[in-house]
Design a protein around this ligand. Structure first.
Ligand code: ATP
Ligand code: MG
Ligand code: MG
Ligand code: MG
Length: 439
């Protein structure tokens, strides 16, 4: 992409309404624009990152054997009356009446809708196990929307639902989700720690939240610092193997790590004192096993091998896709701007032309652009006539992992400059070598 043809409305001033760094940088980098409280337009740069995050979530869900689909944002109130949650959900639910006077709502989550789909089409244990998921906009009328996309009212969530014959199978689905989430967050360059949590309005005894440690997080958490040494890494796992998934769950949940709702001071004090931590965290996902809560209420039953009709065991599993942008920036930035992890960066590298209009510099930039594109990489080429300082400031703000700087003086010696956004280290290299580095 050539910057002169792109839409990147960078702000010079720091917006006064933004209280935390991720919100400030998202506004300043022209990624989002507030449409109304807690509701945002995704401008091209923000949209690109959102799509990359979504893509990673899809890939890891499909890898785990989960099936993508799409349910609507608007739902009928009738299903929620069946489960009993229409009244229970309270004011976070946006209720709408259509022209015929029918009660509708903008879905805050999808247990009812998916259970209805399931009971309409599945009646035999032979069709289990089954896990369906979608990535769709949700609406929750948060009392205090704030921090930009971190606590929006409209937000993008991946929510998945497993249907299993037995509790054992459903707990395997739970473990499988835990493993797939560990992989998902690590691919985004994030450490998200599974912590024992509270069921809340979704219900259920088995639940973990995934938290990214950050001072601006809204959750209070307590953990054994040894847990931060655990990495999932690039190990391969057989998602069908109960034993393998269970082993990962045990590895990642055997250390003390809890949110304030489930915090147990006595247990916490058994951790050696130097490893005890209390901190703030951002909830980027949560998994639940809730047994037959919805299948009982809504009649989602299958016939088992013995010919008996039994309610299915279910769980639901969410990732805060749009919140993740904020969480990643909170975890990865400096005083100049965002530092995107390679896995989610909107462009692979920036090209800065120090002398736009100089025939040689322009030609060198065009050649770099073509070479990078031919490798399947997507560069953002600043081909504007801004002065160098402003070009560098924009590149630092939008946080691309690499910058190639091209100017007449370097070209005389046959070199361009390759700079890492994370380390700030620059190297002079012939253009072909700079390209090879990024390949
Ligand atoms: P929170 O405690 O932050 O209100 P939640 O526990 O109500 O979140 P869940 O029902 O567990 O949320 O939804 C799954 C995920 O969706 C959360 O882990 C979070 O990452 C994301 N999420 C929830 N509410 C919002 C919101 N208002 N804005 C952005 N993302 C959200
Ligand atoms: Mg909430
Ligand atoms: Mg929560
Ligand atoms: Mg939650």
């Amino acid at each position: 992409m050539r910057l002169s043809r792109y839409f990147l409305p960078v702000l010079k001033e720091t917006p006064s309404e933004a209280q935390i760094v991720s919100h400030r940088y998202m506004l300043r980098a022209g990624m989002i624009k507030q449409a109304s409280a807690g509701i945002y337009s995704w401008l091209p740069l923000g949209y690109k990152v959102l799509r990359r995050i979504e893509q990673i979530v899809h890939e890891e869900q499909v890898r785990a054997g989960h099936i993508p689909m799409l349910m609507p944002t608007l739902q009928s109130a009738d299903l929620w009356r069946e489960s009993g949650r229409y009244d229970d959900y309270g004011q976070e639910m946006l209720r709408i009446t259509d022209r015929h006077g029918r009660d509708m709502l903008y879905g805050p989550t999808n247990e009812e809708l998916i259970t209805d789909i399931f009971r309409s089409h599945v009646s035999s244990y032979r069709d289990l196990p089954l896990t369906l998921y979608h990535i769709q906009w949700k609406f929750r009328d948060e009392i205090r929307p704030r921090f930009g996309v971190m606590r929006g009212r409209e937000f993008l969530m991946k929510d998945g639902y497993n249907f299993d014959l037995t509790k054992e199978d459903a707990l395997h689905a739970y473990n499988r989700h835990l493993v797939s989430y560990l992989r998902t967050y690590e691919r985004m360059g994030l450490q998200a720690i599974p912590m024992r949590a509270d069921g809340g309005p979704i219900g259920g005894d088995y639940t973990h939240e995934f938290l990214v440690l950050a001072e601006t997080g809204e959750s209070e958490v307590f953990y054994d610092s040894a847990i931060t040494d655990l990495k999932f890494g690039d190990r391969t796992i057989d998602y069908d193997s109960h034993a393998e998934c269970q082993a990962v769950l045990e590895e990642f949940t055997s250390r003390y790590a809890r949110t304030d709702e489930t915090h147990d001071e006595a247990l916490f004090n058994q951790i050696p004192e130097p490893r005890r931590r209390s901190a703030r965290g951002i909830e980027v996902g949560q998994i639940f096993y809730f047994g037959t809560k919805y299948s009982d209420a809504m009649g989602a039953v299958v016939v088992n091998e013995a010919g008996e009709r039994v309610p299915v065991h279910m769980g639901s599993h969410g990732i805060g896709v749009s919140r993740l942008l904020g969480a990643i920036i909170e975890a990865s930035h400096d005083d100049k701007g965002i530092i995107w992890p390679e896995g989610v960066t909107p462009f692979h590298c920036g090209i800065v032309n120090l002398k736009q209009g100089d025939a040689e510099a322009d030609a060198a930039c065009d050649a770099l652009y073509a070479a990078l594109t031919a490798l399947g990489l997507e560069p953002l080429y600043d081909d504007t006539t801004e002065r160098a300082g402003a070009k560098f400031a924009t590149m630092d703000l939008i946080g691309l992992p690499w910058r190639i700087t091209v100017g007449p003086r370097g070209l005389k010696n046959g070199v361009v400059e390759l700079t890492s956004r994370r380390t700030g280290v620059s190297e002079e290299l012939p253009p072909e070598q700079a390209v090879a580095r990024l390949a």
